[in-house]
Design a binder for this molecule. Structure first.
Ligand code: PLP
Length: 410
């Protein structure tokens, strides 16, 4: 039997407990949606204020040189690299995950001439699939996106597959794929592996180098706590750099942008995947988030993440037996930092929880998603969230009409 005291003791023994005060969490709120939008680090407004008032306000355009705005995408990429097991010069912070997917899928198709299939799975995030569809359409009818069930990815690595595109942690179910195994199988089949790390970076230890991954992308606004719409990142293994021709030939990706040449010639390094002027203010927000993560170690983060998700699943079984279908794998090694429950009235239940001061989110058609960011979630938060969920289910309060009004963002 798990009690509130069990959770209090776990908080008292938590080596990461000190990180909570580095985040702005509104009093009384239980925030379980860091897998969608990470909470704001306390240092972020101060850092933005410095960038806005001094760097922009006072130093103005000189800041491109004096504050090195011009190479912020590479500098931030290099700081992010250790969190995902990449080397210096292999990561760039730029654009959105969607745009980066387009760039890297195109690169993969160029690196595997003669192979014209992008392989992915029906559990992948829609933007990944849409970008692949758009790119194939642009390249011509010989190119296609082949979609299979998640469990059939390995078997579908046929000789026409140029690139296997998988999201490491499934956004809906929280299932964690075996990156080392799938990357090896892709390589043995002659294909490249492109990983979407949106739900892993900052939450799950990732070792792109050890897994021999080829390409990767990911969001900056989830577990990296970069702020709404923060720039994304991309990874290109050193062995693939300097090859192919960028799909999006922006001037920041030119080998010498300030020569203003008429002919595009791509930078020889990771910079070729830049397009236009970096959004410095948004990048400054992400810089503060990455800086905070640099003060942690990913194995402690992972340990706590496994404990929080495990606690939540056990409490659901204890407090709300038979109310929900558990969608997330129970084996710790097979899940990321979220737990998903299925219920036909999932949307209304989530709305009722939000009105009770607990914020998860909902993914159609029936998934209640609870994200556990180890740096700011306490064990007692998990206890209290399940207690409020139980009350909502026992009272049937979720049936109220106001909880059934569908908002645009769920
Ligand atoms: C796996 C995954 N990829 C990509 C995205 C979104 O990418 P973008 O930043 O381009 O909107 C999300 C958003 O939640 C996601 O979960």
């Amino acid at each position: 039997m798990i009690t509130l005291d069990t959770c209090r003791q776990a908080d008292a023994a938590d080596p990461l407990a000190c990180f909570r005060e580095h985040f702005h969490i509104p009093e009384g709120l239980i925030y379980l949606d860091g897998n969608s939008l990470g909470a704001m680090p306390v240092r972020t407004p101060g850092h933005l204020d410095e960038v806005i008032r001094r760097q922009w306000g006072t130093d103005l355009i000189r800041s491109w040189n004096t504050h090195r705005w011009v190479d912020l995408p590479q500098r931030l990429g290099d700081r992010l690299a250790p969190l995902i097991g990449a080397g210096a010069g292999e990561v760039l912070v730029t654009d959105s995950t969607s745009v980066n997917l387009f760039k890297l899928l195109d690169l993969a198709l160029q690196l595997r001439p003669g192979r014209r299939v992008i392989l992915s799975d029906t559990g992948n995030f829609p933007t990944d699939l849409y970008m692949a569809q758009g790119l194939s359409r642009l390249l011509g009818p010989e190119y296609s996106l082949r979609l299979v069930e998640e469990d059939d990815i390995a078997a579908a690595l046929s000789p026409d597959v140029a690139v296997m595109m998988v999201t490491q942690v499934n956004y809906r179910t929280g299932r964690l794929h075996d990156m080392a195994r799938l990357t090896r199988l892709a390589r043995e089949a002659g294909a490249l592996a492109l990983w979407d790390l949106s739900h892993s970076a900052g939450a799950v230890p990732v070792d792109l180098t050890c897994c021999d991954a080829d390409l990767a992308v990911g969001c900056g606004y989830k577990y990296l706590n970069g702020g709404p719409g923060a720039p994304a990142f991309l990874f290109v293994a050193r062995r693939h750099q300097g090859q192919g021709f960028p799909a999006l030939c922006g001037w920041f990706g030119h080998q010498s942008p300030f020569e203003f040449e008429l002919q595009y010639s791509p930078a020889g390094d990771i910079r070729r995947f830049l397009c236009g002027t970096p959004p410095i203010l948004s990048m400054a927000g992400l810089e503060a988030g990455i800086e905070l993560l640099e003060e942690t170690d990913m194995s402690s983060v992972r340990n706590k993440s496994v404990e929080l998700t495990d606690l939540f699943m056990r409490l659901i079984r204890q407090e709300c037996p038979d109310r929900f279908r558990l969608v997330t794998p129970e084996i710790a090694a097979e899940r990321g930092s979220q737990v998903s429950l299925a219920h036909p009235a999932g949307y209304a239940i989530v709305q009722a929880l939000i009105s009770d001061g607990v914020i998860p989110d909902f993914r159609a058609p029936d998934i209640l998603r609870f994200g556990f960011t180890p740096l700011y979630t306490r064990y007692i938060d998990v206890w209290e969230a399940v207690r409020r969920l139980r009350d909502i289910m026992d009272s049937g309060r979720w049936r109220r009409p106001e909880f059934n009004i569908r908002h645009t963002v769920t």
